[in-house]
Design a protein around this ligand. Structure first.
Ligand SMILES: [Zn+2]
Length: 65
């Protein structure tokens, strides 16, 4: 069985991020970037969350361009 990991753009640092089950921090490239994003969420908590920056449960297709 051949599995080609997909690479997406890390929402935190803009670098390449492995979008695969082996990357537990996906769509982020690392734990550091994931924590960075969580911090941003906390900072914007007072804003109306009508458009979250990302949907972890969303389809992978949303990352295609
Ligand atoms: Zn990153």
């Amino acid at each position: 069985m051949t599995f080609t990991p997909k690479t997406v753009v890390c929402p935190a640092c803009g670098g390449p991020s492995l979008y695969a089950p082996s990357n537990r921090y996906r769509p982020f490239c690392s734990e550091r970037c994931k924590q960075m994003d969580l911090g941003a969420w906390a900072a914007e908590e007072f804003r109306v969350p009508t458009t979250p920056p990302l949907d972890p449960a969303g389809p992978e297709d949303s990352w295609k361009h």
